[in-house]
Design a protein around this ligand. Structure first.
Ligand code: XBP
Ligand code: MG
Length: 227
């Protein structure tokens, strides 16, 4: 039997990428870098998972003298910390709702005795903000395991974050299923041996999801009112 659902966050629990994009641009503005990532830029930039890694790879793509490249590379942790502050404050202001069907699935799974876990490349503070803003102050407590961010060295599409989630749950992959939205996420989950349901978004649609157990446009109809 299935004993746990392992959720990706960005794109799966909520369509967060526009809020991430805006937060990156606000951080760039704060440091007067003159960089602005458009929606089409950002779709390409999502090829690199992890915000710090994404900024670093953008810097590497710019034609820069070595000293300037090194200066900007050294600024990545600060830029990313600022981005995280802009992102979490937008999310805590209610700027990003859960995707349709997510709240119902989460509550029904818990009621049925199924454990919930998270396997995400995003920063822990982002997940805490999203769950608090959408599921309430006890939202985080619904999840038995939160595996995220820099807890593993190799981010998605590497399977490491799913392996960590499964190890912390104490389950073999046959006892859980993954929920994802992207090709990178699907590769990570199936790489860890998990059957995977994919619900793409604007940012990830059109990808090759043939390795998925199932691809759906979303997780169902409007959420039932929460008791
Ligand atoms: C989501 C991401 C994340 C966010 C930014 O990937 O790629 O990097 O865009 O988060 P997935 P941070 O849904 O596959 O986990 O800036 O905190 O890294
Ligand atoms: Mg995702």
């Amino acid at each position: 039997a299935i004993e746990a659902l392992v959720f990706d966050v960005d794109g799966t629990l909520a369509d967060t990428e526009e809020a991430h994009r805006v937060a990156f641009n606000l951080a760039f503005e704060r440091h007067r870098l003159g960089w602005s990532w458009s929606r089409s830029d950002y779709r390409r930039l999502l090829e690199v998972s992890g915000g710090k890694e994404r900024i670093a790879s953008y810097i590497d793509s710019l034609p820069l003298p070595p000293a300037e490249r090194a200066r900007l590379r050294a600024l990545v942790p600060t830029l990313h910390a600022d981005k995280t502050r802009f992102y979490t404050s937008a999310v805590l202001d209610g700027g990003v709702p859960l995707r349709e069907g997510v709240a119902r699935l989460v509550h029904e799974a818990v009621e049925a005795g199924c454990r919930l876990a998270i396997a995400s490349t995003t920063t822990a503070a982002n997940i805490h903000a999203l769950l608090a803003a959408t599921l309430g102050p006890r939202g985080l407590d619904l999840f038995a395991v939160v595996a995220c961010g820099d807890q593993v060295r190799a981010k998605k599409p590497a399977p490491d974050i799913y392996r960590l989630a499964l190890a912390t749950l104490g389950l073999t992959p046959e006892r859980a299923v993954a929920l994802e939205d992207s090709v990178h996420g699907l590769r990570a989950a199936t790489g860890a041996g998990l059957w995977t349901l994919v619900t793409p978004t604007f940012w990830t649609e059109g990808g090759d999801f043939t390795a998925a157990g199932l691809v759906l446009p979303g997780l169902g109809g409007p959420d039932a009112p929460l008791a």
